[in-house]
Ligand binder design. Structure first.
Ligand code: FAD
Length: 305
C-alpha cells in the first residue's frame, strides 16, 4: 500500500512541491543521485570505474510533454557522451535513456530520432545506450524503438520488467546472439491484469526470466539487489558455464555499495546505474517506493533529527 501511495505521489504536483522544497530532502536524495551537473556525473563515474565497476548514466528528467524539453534532454545526453569520450571513459560507462525524456509521449518517431542522435554520440564515444523501460503503456513502443535502433546500433540494450505477465515471452524474443538485455523487477505501478503485484510472484517471474536469458545466446544484465536472486544467478552461471564477460550484474548508485564491490572483487562484472541532474523527484520517489524504510531518512530530515 505504501509502495502504491509513493508511486502515485511521484505523479503529484503538490507532493512534488512539498518534497522538493523541504529543507533537507535534497540531501537525502543525494544518497541516490550523483549530483546535478555532468561534471558531478563524470567525477562519480571516474571514481567508480577506478574501483573496477562499470557505470550506466541517466540524465534525470522524464515524462516530458513539450518538444523543447525533449530537445534539451537529447542535447544533455549528447554533451555527456562527448565528455565521456574526451575523458576516455567510453569503455567502462554507457548511457541509460528514458524515451519519455526525449519525446515518446508526444510522438514515437520524435523519440526514435532523438534516441538515434544519442546512439550516434555514444558510438563516437566508444560506448552504447540502454533504453530504460517505463510505465506499462510504453512497453510496445519502447521495444519497437529498440528494434529500430539495433539496425544501426546492434548493442543498444533492452529492458524487461519481471513484474509484467509477458516478461518471459519478451525474454525469449530477446535472447539472441549479441542482444543486451537488462532484467529488473519493475519500478512502476501496473494493473493486476498486466503485472504481478505480489512480491513472491514477481520474484518467481524474475527467476524464470533469468533462466531464459542465461540459457540463451544474448548478454544478460541482471539488475537486482536481491541476495536470493543473486545466489540463483550465480548457480545459473555455473549451470550454463557462462564466463564472467558474458553477462553482468547491475545495481543502483547508493544501494548496497558493499555488495557491488564484493561481486566485482569475485571477478564478476558489475555496472552501477548513476543518475544525475536537477529533475530528481520522480526517480527519488521510486527509490522510496522500493524500500519504504528509506522514508525514515526523509522523515528524520524533515524534523531535523
Ligand atoms: P527488492 O526486493 O526491491 O530489493 C531487494 C533488497 O535490495 C532490499 O531488501 C534492500 O535491501 C535493497 N534495496 C532495493 N531497492 C532499494 C532502495 N531503493 N533503497 C535501499 N535499498 C534497496 N525498473 C524499471 O521499471 N525500469 C528500468 O529500466 C529499471 N532499470 C534499472 C536499472 C538498474 C541497474 C537497477 C538496479 C534497477 C532498475 N530498475 C528499473 C528498478 C527495479 O525494477 C527495481 O525497482 C529495483 O531494482 C528494486 O528491486 P530489487 O531487484 O533490488 O529487489
Amino acid at each position: 500500500m505504501i509502495r502504491r501511495a509513493l508511486l502515485a505521489a511521484s505523479h503529484s504536483g503538490g507532493a512534488r512541491r512539498i518534497v522538493e522544497t523541504a529543507p533537507f530532502t535534497r540531501d537525502v536524495a543525494r544518497r541516490f543521485i550523483a549530483g546535478e551537473t555532468a561534471a558531478d556525473a563524470a567525477r562519480v563515474t571516474g571514481r567508480l570505474t577506478g574501483e573496477g565497476l562499470l557505470v550506466t548514466l541517466d540524465v534525470l528528467g522524464e515524462d516530458v510533454h513539450d518538444k523543447g524539453r525533449a530537445e534539451t534532454n537529447t542535447v544533455k545526453y549528447i554533451e555527456l557522451l562527448d565528455r565521456l569520450g574526451e575523458e576516455g571513459l567510453g569503455a567502462r560507462a554507457e548511457a541509460s535513456v528514458k524515451l519519455t525524456a526525449v519525446g515518446q509521449a508526444l510522438d514515437e518517431d520524435l523519440a526514435l530520432d532523438n534516441a538515434r542522435r544519442i546512439c550516434d554520440a555514444a558510438a563516437s564515444a566508444g560506448t552504447t545506450v540502454t533504453l530504460d523501460m517505463e510505465e506499462h503503456e510504453t512497453v510496445d513502443s519502447t521495444l519497437r524503438t529498440v528494434h529500430e535502433l539495433r539496425r544501426d546500433h546492434p548493442t543498444v540494450g533492452a529492458v524487461v520488467q519481471a513484474y509484467l505477465r509477458r516478461a518471459e515471452e519478451y525474454c525469449a524474443d530477446l535472447a539472441y546472439e549479441g542482444s543486451r538485455v537488462r532484467l529488473c523487477k519493475g519500478a512502476y505501478a501496473a494493473p493486476e491484469a498486466i503485472a504481478f503485484t505480489e512480491k513472491d510472484d514477481v520474484d518467481k517471474s524474475f527467476v524464470r526470466c533469468m533462466k531464459v536469458l542465461m540459457a540463451g545466446k544474448g548478454y544478460p544484465m541482471l539488475a537486482t539487489h536481491d541476495p536470493r536472486l543473486i545466489d540463483i544467478a550465480e548457480a545459473l552461471t555455473l549451470l550454463h558455464s557462462r564466463d564472467a564477460d558474458t553477462f553482468e550484474y547491475q545495481m543502483l548508485y547508493g544501494v548496497r555499495p558493499q555488495e557491488q564491490r564484493r561481486l566485482a572483487a569475485s571477478g564478476a562484472q558489475v555496472r552501477v546505474y548513476v543518475a544525475y541532474g536537477h529533475d530528481w523527484y520522480e526517480y527519488f520517489m521510486r527509490r522510496l517506493a522500493e524500500k519504504p524504510a528509506n522514508l525514515r531518512l526523509v522523515v528524520r530530515s524533515l524534523v531535523g533529527a
